[in-house]
Each structure stands twice: as C-alpha cells, then as structure tokens.
Design a protein around this ligand. Sequence first.
Ligand code: GDG
Length: 471
Amino acid sequence: MVANRLPVDSRTLPDGATEWVTSPGGLVTAMESVMRTVDSGAWVGWGGSPGEAPEPFEADGMSLYPVRLDQQDVERYYEGFSNATLWPLYHDVIVDPEFHRTWWDSYVTANRRFARAAGAVASKGGTIWVHDYQLQLVPRMIRDDRTDVRIGFFNHIPFPSVELFSQLPKRNQMLRGLLGSDLVGFQRESDAQNFLGAVRKLLGYQVDGQVISVPGLGAAPVREVLVQTFPISIDSEAVSALTEDAEVRERAVQLRRDLGDPHKVVLGVDRLDYTKGIRHRLKAWGELLNDGSIDPHDTVMIQVATPSRERVEAYRQLRDEVELTVGRINGDHAPIGRPAVSYQHRSFDRRDMTALFMAADVVLVTALRDGMNLVAKEYVASRPDLRGVLVLSEFAGAADELRAAVMVNPHDIDELKSAILRALAMPEEEQEDAMRSLRHQVMENDVQAWAHDFLQHLEQSGDPAYGTRPT
Ligand code: GDG
C-alpha cells in the first residue's frame, strides 16, 4: 500500500520519545481494516511530521515504512501542489487553483521518494496499490524500475472534466504517471469517463471501452490499462456493531439530554473543507430560523467540523466564515442555555461519532463535490433501528448508490431548505422504508468487499482478456 499518509501519526512526547496514534481521514478509515487481513502487507507513507523519517516499524499487525518529507516538501508538495492546486481543480474549482512551478518540482521529487520506497519494499511479482491525488506520478515511476509488479491506482477524489483538467500545467505528465498502472480505479462512472476522455483527447491514445492502449517505448510492447469504478465503502459491520454497545447507547441519550432534549437533532460531520458545502448548509439553516420555519426551542443543529489543512489559506478563510456565520445564527436565535447550532471544531473518537449518528434525526451531507463521502454511509450503518433521514448532495459519489436518501442540489438554497424541512417532517414509516433500502446497500457493500474487488481486478490485469503485461 502506498499513500501520502501512514495510518498512524507521529507525536513527540515531552521526554522526546515518539508516540504513534491512529490518524483520522477517509482513506485511513477505509484501509485499516483491509490491511489487517493481508499477509505480510506493508504500508509506505508519511508519518505526519516534517523531518527525518523514523525506521520502519510494526503497528497493529502492519509493517509501516515511513517516507521523509521535510518542511519545504510539506509546504510545496503537500500543502501546495496537492492541496492548493490539485484538490480545488479536481473538485470543479470551487476555489481557484494556484499553479507554481516550484510546487510542481517538489511534487515530482516527493513522488519519486514514495516510488523508490515502494519499489524497495515490494517483493518480486508483488502487488502495489497506490492511493490518491498526491501520488499520481508514482505508478509510472515504479513501472520504470520494476516491470515484474502489478500496480493499481485508486483515486479517492473526483476526476474533473477534460475542460477543467486541461488547465493543469504538466497535465500530460500526470496522465502518463497514472498510466504506469495496470488498473486505474475511480469512485464514480463519471470520474472514469472523464479520465478516459482526457487520455483520448490529450494523449491521443486508443481507448476501447474501459481499456487504454499505452504505446511502449522503442520495441516495448503496447501495454493495456484497465479503467474501472470501485465505489469505496466503510467497515459497515464494525460501525453497526458499535450501536449495540451499552456505553455508546448511553452517550447518544446523554447527548440529547445535554442539548436540552430537543424534539429534533440535525447533524453535519465534515472535515472543515470548502468542498463539503458547510457554508451552504448554514445559510439554509439560518434562513429557516429567520423565516420561522424552524423553532430553535425544539430543533438543534450540531456541526462537527474537524480541523483540516489549517496552513492552507482557503481553509483559514473558510474557518473564519463558518465561525462568523455560526456566531451570528446563535446570536440571533439561540435560546439562553441552548445553542441553535452546536459547533464542534475538533475530532471525536469513533464511539462518540457513532453516538452522534445515533442521536441525530437528520444528517446533512451537502458536499458541492465529493469523491464518495463516507459520513453518509456511516450514518446509515449506525441506524439498525431504521430511524433517521439522510439528506444527500447529488454531487457526492455516494449519491450514485444511496438512491433512497433525500437528494438535494446544495447550490439551490431554496431546494436545500425544502429538503431539510421534508426530512424533519418525514413520518416514521417513510423513514423506515428509506433507511431499510439504504442499509441494504451499505451493509452488503462494505470496505472489505471494495478492496477485494479492486485487488481481484488487479490480479486479473495480467489475464489475456485484459491484454498483455510487460515482460
Ligand atoms: C476522501 C474523499 C472519500 C471526520 N471527523 C472525524 C472523523 N471523521 C471521519 C468520518 C469519515 C472520514 O473521517 C471522512 O471521510 P469522507 O469520505 O467524509 O471525506 P474525506 O476526508 O474528504 O475523504 C471522500 C474518502 O476520501 C474515501 O475514499 O469518500 O470523498 O474526499 O470516516 O467519520 N472520525 C473521527 N473523529 C472525527 O472528528 N473518529
């Protein structure tokens, strides 16, 4: 496994010793449970602190190989090219992407470091699975050194339309980097189609259905690369099982008590990221309070906004705007002793998160663009009681699967307001019907099935049916 981050974060203790703690985020949540089931699996990634990389070590049954990123790499490769160029561009330019050549140079250097580390760790004929937009050059870099390994790449975030992708300086290098893989996976069909379109238009390679023919250099044979969708999921059983835990159940009850036992609790859980549509959600909520459609004495909103990328300017601005808006809403509407919006800018542990989902009558997922959105699936997995309503943006990948949610275009504030009111008023029987259908989808298609499916397709990528592999 090669990902920007290891599944753990390094933390320096007062006595100078290093402690490792599980790091948050969609990819880690998804992969942790998968890696534990693989024999002799290794995970190559950054430990989360700039400077020299610690020696490889074992954690939770996994072999972890830290990659070094110094302060400048963090600023240019990670905060810069990954999170201020690629992230906004791949999320349909919700904020303007910045392009800097020094950031690109650093992206290339860092990708090479990850590729070397992966190449050094993988056994002969092994399988390497590269993750996400920070490492798009890695497949080709590994391929140039190692023709014996199978390489799969999975993009956790959307892949933009060719018109937007074309803005990216070095766009062709990026495509060639990805095409070092045998299999390139995406969340949604539209992402796969956008990628195939970009390869066809910008590189002029032959595309036959989902298979790209990549011309070899000199006498090298043509390689065939398969492009397919693999919608990611969660450890559904583990989440669902937590709802049986007596302490978690008590926490859910206590949460509502702490809020003054309101009639309805509405919840949002997001990294504090401009792609998640938190501003749109708060605007809709504020208007519903202003026009009297919602009574703050009996309805409370909780917004968990997990700190994220705090050194990137667009995230600082977003935080200021969100906190200003929450302050205004509470100033205008909150009864004494009870918030109209309970805003939580911090991380919660998994158990608290499940308790929050159990306490919520409605969960709002209003992303403006999102690869998948695991929160939507976690809410569904947390409701074996078949109660609760999911309001889901059609711009989240999850919308392709979770058809029984209340679908919404979050850009349309009036539509968003109606969707919230509809969710709050939904009769229990209707909630049960929708939740039953949603649970069927989420419980049947968990993250283990997702990983199995990806790896199975990767193993088959040497099969003649998928074309020739390089020798
Ligand atoms: C990327 C893509 C795609 C959040 N706050 C806390 C916490 N979380 C957990 C959630 C969820 C995960 O983090 C967030 O996953 P998302 O899917 O919602 O979003 P991204 O972080 O943007 O992830 C996304 C994903 O990769 C996987 O492919 O779905 O589209 O953008 O699991 O519950 N967990 C805990 N405390 C928190 O405070 N414990």
